[in-house]
Design a protein around this ligand. Structure first.
Ligand code: FMN
Length: 342
């Protein structure tokens, strides 16, 4: 039985960022558990990496690589740490993280608060490699004069300790960052990253706020530059109808209201790519049905963050078990067989 329903009122009595900091502090003190054993039907290979379960923790929860082992122990099949920028930065002034409880959503405008590459490198260096998948999501400092140079530096520095790198150009909270998704800029960025890669797969994380033609253009650039997978998607700057008092806060919206947008974006990328590049579905996933729908729509892996705030950390195992059952009843021996079948 999960203890989270009992703990949640205490966490929700704190402001959202204090609750997050307390959670990280508590997790750091918790004993590190071995990851659970998953059914062989959940084991899958993407971009040359073996994932024990397709249910991962999305970037932004463990920005400084402090608790990735604990999160693997709680049943995430892989963890993406970051976003990490070359130099430490404070991010935006607080408050910058808001729970929209009635909407089962979050709005954040954190602005890449993180302790920088050197600190993350030190922590990640201590990990036992080869037994689990840890990705490092890299970004640019807000005041950087050379943003592409920051991504290059991130990929170069973190390759030694990451199983995969994610180039994140889709956060709405660093002014101008999403402009790197535009045609010429994306080519220049991915070309520069390609030159410094050292054998580790590089993933690209995109925004769900797309114009006509964006999926085709981004897929082409990704394939041309040897990107290993596309992560779809980051938070949205759009505002579907919301009930909560915080609905007008600036920033990126995640959780349940993002689900239809992220699913639609995934479908558009699947039809643009025809399965030529693996896709990772993220945005509003809260149940095994949500994850299953994303996989059937073309995702080889899924990630989540916001639903964990509402449902607790047991969510990763619950979704993994639910996927195992759905695979069995649909007659698939392995998750890879289900990708893109719906
Ligand atoms: C508080 C918060 C901080 C986040 N920080 C990052 C980040 O640093 N880098 C990133 O690529 N995505 C970040 N994200 C986006 C998530 O990784 C994910 O793409 C998004 O929240 C949608 O998934 P969800 O609905 O399951 O939360 C953040 C999300 C939240 C809620």
């Amino acid at each position: 039985m999960s203890l989270y329903p009992l703990l949640r009122p205490f966490a929700f009595a704190l402001d959202a960022e204090t609750a997050h900091r307390s959670t990280i502090a508590a997790l750091k003190l918790a004993p590190k558990r071995q990851p659970p054993r998953f059914s062989d039907s959940l084991r899958t290979s993407v971009a040359g990496l073996d994932f024990p379960s397709p249910v991962g923790l999305a970037a932004g929860f463990d920005k400084d690589a402090e608790v990735f082992e604990q999160m693997l122990g709680l049943g995430f099949g892989f963890v993406e740490v970051g976003t990490i920028t070359p130099r430490p930065q404070l991010g935006n002034p607080r408050p910058r993280l808001f729970r929209l409880v009635e909407d089962r959503a979050v709005i954040n405008r954190m602005g890449f608060n993180n302790k920088g590459q050197a600190e993350a490198l030190r922590r990640l260096n201590r990990r036992l490699r080869g037994r689990s998948v840890v990705g490092v999501n890299v970004g640019a400092n807000k005041d950087s004069a050379d943003r592409i140079g920051d991504y290059v530096a991130g990929v170069q520095a973190m390759s030694a300790v990451a199983d995969y790198l994610t180039v994140n150009i889709s956060s709405p909270n660093t002014p101008g960052l999403r402009a790197l998704q535009a045609e010429g800029a994306l080519d220049a960025l991915l070309g520069a990253v390609h030159e410094v890669r050292s054998g580790k797969p590089v993933f690209l994380k995109v925004a769900p706020d797309l114009r006509d033609g964006d999926p085709e253009r981004i897929v082409r650039a990704a394939i041309d530059h040897g990107i290993g997978a596309l992560i779809i998607a980051n938070t949205t700057v759009s505002r579907p109808t919301l009930k909560s008092a915080h609905r007008a806060e600036q920033g990126g919206l995640s959780g349940a209201p993002l689900r239809p947008l992220a699913l639609d974006a995934l479908r558009r990328f699947r039809s643009a790519s025809g399965g030529e590049i693996p896709l990772i579905g993220v945005g509003g996933i809260a149940t095994a049905d949500d994850a299953w729908e994303r996989i059937r729509a073309g995702a080889s892996l899924v990630q989540l963050y916001t639903a964990m705030v509402y449902e607790g950390p047991g969510i990763a195992r619950r979704i993994a078990r639910g996927l195992e059952q759905r695979l069995a009843s649909a007659g698939f021996a392995n998750i890879a067989e289900a990708v893109g079948t719906g």
